[in-house]
Design a protein around this ligand. Structure first.
Ligand code: HEC
Ligand code: HEC
Ligand code: HEC
Ligand code: HEC
Ligand code: HEC
Ligand code: HEC
Ligand code: HEC
Ligand code: HEC
Ligand code: HEC
Ligand code: HEC
Length: 335
C-alpha cells in the first residue's frame, strides 16, 4: 500500500507516529534537524534549510534529501516546468517540490522502501488525478475534465503525462507525431481509419488528434474541440463551410458535419459517408413529396418535377447545388 494524502489512508505506522506525545515529537524534530546538519556537513552539500524543515510536520524531508539516492531524477528535475514549485514561495511547496506529488517522504528517505512513498503511477486513477488537480484544477484546459470519457473510464493524468521524462513522449506531447502516437496506443481502431485513402493528414504528421479533440474533455460530446466559444471545432479550419449563412442547409447546423462526412477517414472521396454524393443526399431527400408515385423516379414538389433521377445529369446533385454547406444568396443552394 502506498502512502496517501488523506489521513484515513495513512499506514498504521504513521498513525502511531501522529499519536506520539508532544515532547517525543519535539525530540524527534531536534534529532532530525541535528542529523540533517551533520549529514549535510559530511557530504559538503548545502543544508536542507533546517529552519524550514523544523517548522514543517516531521514527515517532510525536503527535495535535497531525495538527491542522494535519486540523483538522475533530481538533476533532470532542475529543467522540469515543475521546478517552479521548488522555487516559488507563493505555491506553498518551496524546497520540497518532490513531496508535492509524492507526499511526505521523511520515512521513505530513511527506509528507502517503496512502501513508504507514494508513486502516482500505482495509485487508483481518481487518486492520481486528485494529486495533480490540487494545482491544475482551475486551468482552462481542464474545465471539461469532469465530463470527459477519459475521467469516467479511469484514464488518469499519468496515463498521458510522464513527469520525469523529457523529449518525445515526455511530460507533455506537443509535436503532432508524438500526440498521435500517444493516442493511437489506446485507440488503435481510430488510428486504422486514418490509413484509409481519404483522410486528414495525420499519418504524415501534419495534424493531430488534439486539433479536433481536447484530451481533457469539453462541454461537447466526444470531447470535441470548440471554435468561437461553443461551436464544433471543424470551423476553426473550415470556417467557409461552417457559416453562418443567410440560407443555411439545415443538417450542417443540426446534425453537424458528420451527417455527410467521416472525419477519421473514408474510402470515399471528400471523406463522404457514401461513395456517390447523390446517395448521401437521397438519404434525406428521397421522401420529398412527389407529383406522382416515387416509382417514376422523380424528385421535387412543384411542377415541373424536373429532378429525373433516371438521367445521369440529375444524379450528380452538387453539379447544380454547389453551395451544399449553405448559401449567401440562394435558398435552393444553387449558388
Ligand atoms: C536512502 C536513499 C533514498 C532516499 C534519501 C530517497 N529514496 Fe526514494 N527510493 C529509494 C530506493 C532504494 C527506491 C527503490 C525501492 C524499491 O523499488 O523497492 C526508491 C523508490 C522511490 C520511488 C518509487 C516508489 C515506487 O512505488 O515505485 C519514489 C516515488 C521515490 N523513491 C521518491 C523519493 C522522494 C520524493 C525522496 C525524497 C523525499 C526519496 N525518494 C528519497 C531510495 C531513497
Ligand atoms: C508533478 C508531480 C511530481 C513531482 C514534482 C515529482 N514527481 Fe517523481 N514521479 C511522479 C510521477 C507521476 C511518477 C510516476 C512515473 C512518471 O509518470 O514519470 C514519478 C516517479 C518517481 C520515481 C520512480 C521512478 C521510476 O522509474 O520508477 C522517483 C524515484 C521519483 N519520482 C522521484 C522524484 C523526485 C526525487 C522528485 C523531486 C526532485 C520528484 N519525483 C518530483 C510525479 C512527480
Ligand atoms: C504543487 C503544484 C503542482 C502539482 C501537484 C502538479 N503540478 Fe503540473 N505544473 C505545476 C506548475 C507550477 C507548472 C508550470 C507552470 C505552469 O505552466 O502553470 C506545471 C506544469 C505542468 C504541465 C505542463 C508542462 C508544459 O511543458 O507546459 C503538465 C503537463 C503538468 N504540469 C502535469 C502535471 C501532472 C500530470 C501532475 C500530477 C502527477 C501535476 N502536473 C502535478 C504545478 C503542479
Ligand atoms: C488522454 C491523454 C491525456 C490525459 C488523460 C491528460 N492529458 Fe494533459 N495533455 C495531453 C496532451 C496531448 C496535451 C497537449 C495538448 C496540446 O498541445 O494541445 C496535454 C496538455 C496538458 C497541459 C499543458 C496545457 C497547455 O496547453 O500548455 C497540462 C497542464 C496538462 N495537460 C495537465 C493534465 C492533468 C492535470 C491531467 C489530469 C487531470 C491531464 N493533463 C490528463 C493529454 C492528456
Ligand atoms: C491509456 C489509454 C488511452 C489513451 C492514451 C488515450 N485514450 Fe482516449 N479513451 C480511452 C478510453 C478507455 C476511452 C473510453 C472508451 C472509448 O470510448 O473507447 C477513451 C475515449 C476517448 C474519446 C471518446 C470521448 C467520448 O466522450 O466519447 C475520445 C474522443 C478520445 N478518447 C480521444 C483521445 C485522444 C485525442 C487521445 C490522445 C491525446 C487519447 N484519447 C488517448 C483510453 C485512452
Ligand atoms: C478532423 C477532426 C478529427 C480528428 C483529426 C480526429 N477526430 Fe476523433 N472524432 C471526430 C469527430 C467529429 C467525432 C465524433 C463522431 C460522431 O459523433 O459521429 C470523433 C469521435 C472520436 C471517438 C469516439 C468514438 C468514435 O470512433 O466515434 C474517439 C475515440 C476518437 N474520435 C478518437 C480520436 C483519435 C485517437 C484521434 C487521433 C488519432 C482522432 N480522434 C482524430 C473528429 C476528429
Ligand atoms: C486543424 C485544421 C483542421 C480541422 C480542425 C479540420 N480540418 Fe478538415 N481539413 C484540413 C486540411 C488541411 C484539409 C486538406 C487535407 C489534404 O488535402 O491533405 C482538410 C480536408 C477536409 C475534407 C476533405 C477535402 C477534400 O477535398 O477531400 C473534409 C471533408 C474535411 N476536411 C472535413 C472536416 C471536418 C468534418 C472536420 C471536423 C470534424 C474537420 N475537417 C476539421 C484541416 C482541418
Ligand atoms: C449535407 C451534407 C454535408 C454536410 C452536413 C457537410 N458537408 Fe462538406 N461536403 C459535402 C459534399 C457533398 C461535398 C462535396 C462537394 C463537391 O464535390 O463539390 C463536401 C465537401 C467538403 C469539403 C471539401 C471541398 C471544398 O470545397 O473544400 C470540405 C472541407 C467540407 N465539405 C467540410 C465540411 C464541414 C467542415 C462541414 C461541417 C461544418 C461539412 N462539410 C458539412 C456535403 C456536406
Ligand atoms: C441529414 C439529412 C440531409 C442530407 C444528407 C442532405 N440534406 Fe438537404 N436538406 C435537409 C433538410 C432537413 C433541409 C431543410 C428542408 C426544409 O427546410 O424544408 C434541406 C434542404 C435542402 C435544400 C434547400 C431546399 C429548400 O427548399 O430550402 C437543398 C437544395 C438541399 N437540401 C440539397 C441537398 C443536397 C444536394 C444534398 C446532398 C449533397 C443534401 N441536401 C443532403 C436534410 C439533408
Ligand atoms: C441540373 C441541375 C440540378 C440537379 C443535378 C439537381 N437539382 Fe435539385 N434543384 C435544381 C433547381 C434549379 C432547383 C430549384 C427549383 C425551384 O426553384 O423551384 C432545385 C431544387 C431542389 C430542392 C428543393 C425542392 C423544393 O421543392 O424545395 C431539393 C431538396 C433538391 N433540389 C435536391 C436535389 C438532389 C437531392 C439532387 C440530386 C439527387 C438534386 N437536387 C439535383 C437543380 C438541380
Amino acid at each position: 500500500m502506498t502512502v496517501s494524502f488523506r489521513p484515513s489512508l495513512r499506514t498504521s505506522n504513521e498513525n502511531r507516529r501522529a499519536r506520539l506525545p508532544r515532547e517525543a515529537r519535539l525530540l524527534l524534530l531536534v534529532a532530525a534537524a541535528l542529523l540533517t546538519t551533520t549529514l549535510a556537513g559530511a557530504q559538503d552539500k548545502p543544508a536542507a534549510a533546517p529552519p524550514t524543515t523544523a517548522n514543517k510536520p516531521a514527515e517532510n524531508a525536503g527535495s535535497e534529501a531525495c538527491q542522494g539516492c535519486h540523483e538522475d531524477i533530481f538533476n533532470a528535475f532542475q529543467k522540469n516546468p515543475h521546478h517552479l514549485v521548488e522555487t516559488d514561495k507563493k505555491r506553498g511547496w518551496e524546497t520540497r517540490a518532490c513531496e508535492s506529488c509524492h507526499g511526505p517522504g521523511a520515512k521513505h528517505a530513511e527506509s528507502a522502501s517503496a512502501d513508504d512513498i507514494r508513486n502516482p503511477l500505482k495509485l487508483k486513477p481518481a487518486e492520481a488525478d486528485r494529486a495533480c488537480l490540487t494545482c491544475h484544477l482551475n486551468q482552462s484546459t481542464h474545465v471539461g475534465r469532469i465530463y470527459s470519457s477519459h475521467a469516467k473510464n479511469q484514464v488518469s493524468c499519468v496515463s498521458c503525462h510522464s513527469i520525469h521524462k523529457n523529449g518525445p513522449n515526455g511530460l507533455v506531447a506537443r509535436k503532432a507525431t508524438e500526440v498521435n502516437q500517444l493516442c493511437a496506443r489506446c485507440h488503435a481502431d481510430v488510428w486504422a481509419s486514418f490509413q484509409r485513402p481519404f483522410k486528414h493528414r495525420l499519418p504524415e504528421g501534419a495534424m493531430s488528434c488534439v486539433d479536433c479533440h481536447n484530451p481533457h474533455g469539453t462541454l461537447l460530446s466526444r470531447s470535441l474541440q470548440t471554435a468561437r466559444a461553443n461551436e464544433p471545432g471543424c470551423g476553426k479550419c473550415h470556417g467557409d463551410k461552417a457559416g453562418p449563412f443567410p440560407f443555411e442547409h439545415a443538417p450542417v447546423r443540426v446534425e453537424g458535419c458528420m451527417a455527410c462526412h467521416e472525419p477519421h477517414g473514408s474510402a470515399n472521396p471528400r471523406m463522404m459517408t457514401r461513395h456517390e454524393i447523390g446517395f448521401v443526399c437521397l438519404e434525406c431527400h428521397s421522401n420529398l413529396p412527389a407529383p406522382t408515385l416515387p416509382a417514376n423516379g422523380t424528385l421535387g414538389t412543384s411542377p415541373p418535377a424536373f429532378h429525373d433521377l433516371r438521367t445521369p445529369r440529375f444524379q450528380n446533385c452538387t453539379l447544380c447545388h454547389q453551395k451544399v454547406h449553405g448559401s449567401y444568396v440562394d435558398r435552393t443552394l444553387l449558388k
